[in-house]
Design a protein around this ligand. Structure first.
Ligand code: PLP
Length: 501
């Protein structure tokens, strides 16, 4: 197995500003690329037929309520579940209880929770001190009034304290809305239309940003239902390719100039394709050279990396930052955009907006007291408990344990972590390189194998994000991590390698 851990960074030191961080090393991106290439060009990891039968039997024997309820839901809900993160093979499990590091389903099976609701619950699930503050607020004014509440100011202020680049903050309803608003602000402020994104980076599902999703090179492959015009002023550049970024910025000069470059600062899909440690510094320089705004999408990294986010850790100052997830502490309606006061002033709206520029954003439930209260106390608690550091340490322990298991079972899997975000590439579906024609035939079987592994992990009591990503939290003690590793050990026993023709 190729080792992916070469560059060591002491926690809370290095190029960062701000509070302590949970990232203790930066992975060797060349080693990851090499190992990922071997994973997708070598034999396909699959679950053996016997093990698949055992997993199916486990679901049938242990999850009767989930099976019945999800079958009923198929008649009223497209696809049977409302959430993209729900894992549907062999059927979705119904979660009824959450606390700390664990989830319980409707049949009272307990799971270790590495999905962490897709990232926001860095304090652990259903964290009591935040829940109590929210209940207090609900007693006082209910979830929403449509008028100003002091928690709006408290949240904007604490974000500024943690991230000095955020002069001003506009709270919105989701990360998707926030990314959409960031593009709008960039276009309104610069007067330019062109946007550059990086292949595989995810910024929600708004019309202009459903472009080049998940796998680099996919352009408008996922854009069914979106008018071609919505994608006309957006370009996708290959990850880690600064020359392509420069060439696109140069070409955009002919189209009136680039409004903004938007990135996930650790790499697409929270680091599925991790960037080099200095990548964002170079993009910052390119943006300055070409007069484009630089937007960090910190929906995942914001506060999960540490109170200062990826920007604090990396020491890069974006013009605008997109927030979601942690900014609402796992409570609904979590999103917002913040950054330079002069750019943010385009959201002033109404008759007070400077120079007549008015970019309308907002919504009935945006910045409701409940979410602002939950977000504020979540950030207070993240700092007080050093949750990102604790979660990062848990993730390091998990990753080291996974490396040992991968070597023990002689598997081609690839694992590394970026603080509390652990990647475990098993099937290689997201590592396929669409520039190589042979990759297309691999999409179907590797999707199947990802589903097999996801189901096998669940049957061992491990809930992961799509079978390949594991978020850790403050609640992940050494005992929880070691318990998880024993379960992965059993799950890895059923893996076979299927030759590809
Ligand atoms: C990096 C990133 N940006 C934006 C979004 C969209 O946020 P939301 O799901 O709140 O719309 C996500 C969601 O997973 C994300 O991971």
């Amino acid at each position: 197995m190729t080792t992916t851990t070469t560059e060591t960074i002491a926690p809370g030191t290095g190029p960062q500003f701000g509070a302590p961080y949970g990232v203790t090393y930066w992975p060797d991106v060349d080693a990851i690329a090499k190992a990922s290439h071997e994973l997708v060009t070598g034999p396909r990891p699959r679950l053996s037929e016997a093990r698949r039968a055992e997993v199916d039997a486990w679901f049938d024997d242990h999850c009767a309520t989930s099976k019945a309820h999800s079958a009923a839901a198929m008649t009223r809900i497209p696809g049977g579940v409302q959430h993209n993160l729900a894992f549907n093979k062999p059927f979705p499990i119904e979660i009824v209880r959450a606390g700390g590091a664990h989830l319980w389903d409707a049949d009272d099976n307990r799971y270790i929770d590495f999905i962490q609701a897709g990232g926001p619950t860095v304090l652990g699930s259903n964290y009591e001190p935040v829940r109590e503050k929210v209940i207090e607020l609900l007693h006082d004014c209910g979830p929403v009034t449509g008028l100003f509440h002091d928690y709006e100011y408290k949240l904007a202020s604490i974000i500024h304290d943690f991230m000095p680049s955020i002069d001003m903050f506009r709270m919105l309803g989701s990360g998707t809305e926030a990314a959409m608003a960031a593009l709008r602000a960039a276009r309104a402020f610069t007067g330019n239309a062109q946007i550059i994104k990086v292949g595989g980076h995810y910024h929600g599902w708004s019309d202009p940003l459903v472009y080049g999703l998940r796998l680099p090179g996919t352009a408008n492959l996922d854009a069914a239902g979106i008018a071609p015009g919505a994608l006309a002023d957006i370009a996708e550049v290959w990850p880690d390719d600064l020359e392509a970024m420069r060439a696109t910025l140069e070409a955009n000069k002919e189209k009136g100039g680039t409004a903004a470059v938007i990135v996930e600062p650790f790499g697409g899909e929270s680091g599925v394709t991790p960037v080099r440690l200095d990548y964002n510094h170079h993009v910052r320089e390119l943006c300055d050279e070409y007069g484009a705004l630089f937007i960090f999408d910190e929906v995942v990294t914001g506060f999960r990396t540490g109170p200062g986010g990826a920007q604090g850790f990396l020491g890069v100052k974006p013009d605008l930052t997109v927030f979601g997830k942690c900014v609402g502490g796992g409570f609904p309606a979590a999103g917002g955009v913040g950054g330079r006061a002069d750019v943010m002033s385009v959201f002033g709206a109404g008759i007070g907006a400077p120079g007549g520029v008015r970019a309308l954003v907002g919504g009935t439930l945006s910045a409701n007291p409940l979410t602002c209260c939950a977000g504020y106390w979540t950030l207070v608690e993240i700092e007080r408990t050093q949750a990102a550091v604790v979660a990062g340490r848990a993730a390091d322990r998990l990753r080291v344990g996974l490396e040992t298991l991968i070597a023990k079972h002689e598997l081609p899997f690839v694992t590394y972590n970026l603080g509390s975000i652990v990647h475990l590439h098993t099937s290689g579906i997201l590592q396929l390189d669409l520039r190589e024609p042979a990759s297309f035939a691999e999409v179907g079987p590797r999707k199947e194998s990802l589903e097999e592994f996801g189901a096998a992990f669940t049957a061992e009591g491990l809930v992961t994000l799509a079978g390949s990503r594991l978020y850790t939290s403050l609640a992940d003690t050494d005992e929880v991590v070691d318990d998880a590793l024993a379960r992965f050990d059993r799950a890895f026993e059923g893996v076979v390698l299927e030759p590809i023709s």
